[in-house]
Ligand binder design. Structure first.
Ligand code: NAD
Length: 427
């Protein structure tokens, strides 16, 4: 790798929000690994970024122009991989941060991908299904030159789902003249999706949560938990924790939280959410404020919603002994430090929520080979990968006497840097 003069911008940690957090984490790992400023700048800089306009014909005949992004952070270990987010809060810096975290996550779990992320600035709840289909197809068509099974493979994230992936796959396939199953993951099972993909992120979160509890000698059967977010990740996490014997006393979504000290009746709550679209208004538990959920007296707290929810202002109120990051970037750097000082064990996102990308990798392998595995095979291989990564991170944190996040980031950054060095700098 070049040791010439460093590019200042990609390493600037004074940027606010998730990008500043991501850069600060990289800077800390690079310092521990002894990398100089130029090496760190190469690792920090996104390889490619594109911002596109998405003109949308609304159902009422009017036209509106939306904005979308796709960022490929690193391509040294393989094609880029990362979710597509539909949210009014999407901005380019957030997408850059999420793409960087994907690079480290793929390296940590040793799946042969670099990191990417995409986003469209849209509140999907305000648009009809037909409008969302037109947005997805136009966005896919605008970023078409960047994506493909050997280039960049999107997947669902906040506000997108398997239907979104089916539309992306179809749009890409129509333009290619043949069906290309490997262009996205998180597809419906009937269209080349993998058994076990929909639940994979939550299963991975629960594997690491149970491992972390046992590591602290807390018996899961007598442990309590609170889960923030009741979407694709949070809902499955609550259900699998419950199935593992953990008493889930509170869950939340963007509209509010519910609490029951004896443990929530999760099947009944899921019925309510299917009928109403929210955990709020359910008669089986007490309503509580969203912030209260983060401060509950539980053994395990799983933030599984959005970035930056545990911050300087509320970290002192967190009473859980273990925080397992289902979401990407839920804990700010300052909060991380405050939690560490108080002895709270934080299992970082790039480890805890990596189950999704692991089974996305399995889905891509199956799609490329047109040969499908059973659900039991997928789950056994996922469990193996998660257990291996947990052990690697735990060993590295003991060896370097550092937090699990720093240990995980160091392991991942070193793998990416090795790939850079082995490939050499072109030209
Ligand atoms: P989703 O859109 O399915 O669900 C998000 C949930 O969070 C919803 O219940 C929403 O109401 C809730 N929410 C939003 N803001 C909230 C707030 N302030 N307080 C409480 N709840 C709030 O999204 P998802 O796919 O479950 O993703 C959640 C997080 O997990 C994101 O950070 C995402 O990047 C990360 N993640 C997702 C996957 C995956 O496979 N889907 C994989 C790895 C990481």
């Amino acid at each position: 790798m070049s040791t010439g003069s460093a590019v200042a911008e990609p390493t600037r940690t004074s940027v606010a929000g998730p990008l500043g957090e991501a850069r600060a984490q990289l800077a800390e790992a690079a310092a521990i690994l002894g990398y100089d400023a130029a090496e760190t700048a190469v690792l920090a800089a996104p390889r490619r970024e594109v911002t596109v306009s998405i003109p949308l014909r609304r159902d009422d005949g009017t036209t509106e122009v939306l904005t979308g992004h796709r960022v490929q952070h690193n391509l040294s270990r393989g094609p880029a991989k990362g979710g597509l987010r539909y949210s009014p809060d999407v901005d380019l810096d957030e997408v850059r941060a999420l793409a960087m975290w994907m690079t480290w996550k793929c390296a940590l779990l040793d799946v042969p991908y670099g990191g990417a992320k995409g986003g469209v600035v849209i509140d999907p709840r305000q648009y009809s299904t037909a409008e969302l289909e037109r947005v997805t197809r136009r966005y896919t068509s605008e970023i078409m030159p960047m994506i493909g099974p050997t280039r960049d493979i999107p997947a669902p994230d906040i506000g997108t789902d398997e239907q979104t992936m089916a539309w992306m796959m179809d749009t890409y396939s129509v333009a290619s003249g043949h069906t290309v199953l490997g262009v996205v993951t998180g597809k419906p099972i009937s269209l080349g999706g993998s058994l076990g993909r929909a639940s994979a992120t939550s299963r991975g979160v629960v594997y690491t949560a149970l491992a972390a509890l046992r590591h602290l000698a807390i018996d899961p059967a007598s442990a309590t938990a609170a889960v923030q977010g009741f979407g694709k990740v949070g809902r499955g996490t609550a259900r699998f924790l419950d199935e593992a014997g953990v008493r889930v006393t509170a869950v939340s979504d963007q509209y509010g939280a519910v609490w029951c000290g004896d443990g929530l009746d999760l099947p009944a709550l899921e019925d309510h959410v299917d009928r109403t679209g929210s955990v709020t208004g359910w008669s089986g538990a007490e309503p509580v404020e969203n912030d209260v959920l983060l401060a509950l007296d539980v053994d395990l707290l799983v933030p599984a919603a959005v970035e930056g929810v545990i911050h300087r202002g509320n970290a002192a109120a967190v009473r859980a002994r273990v925080v397992v990051e289902g979401a990407n970037g839920p804990t700010t750097t300052e909060a991380d430090r405050l939690l560490e000082e108080r002895g709270v064990l934080v299992v970082p996102d790039i480890l805890a929520n990596a189950g999704g990308v692991v089974v996305s990798y399995f889905e891509w392998v199956q799609a490329n080979q047109a040969y499908w595995w059973s659900e039991a095979e997928v789950e056994a291989r996922l469990a193996d990968r998660m257990a291996g990564a947990w052990q690697d991170v735990l060993a590295a944190s003991r060896q370097h006497d550092c937090s699990l996040r720093t240990a995980a980031t160091c392991l991942a950054v070193r793998r990416v840097a090795e790939a850079h060095r082995q490939r050499g700098l072109y030209p």
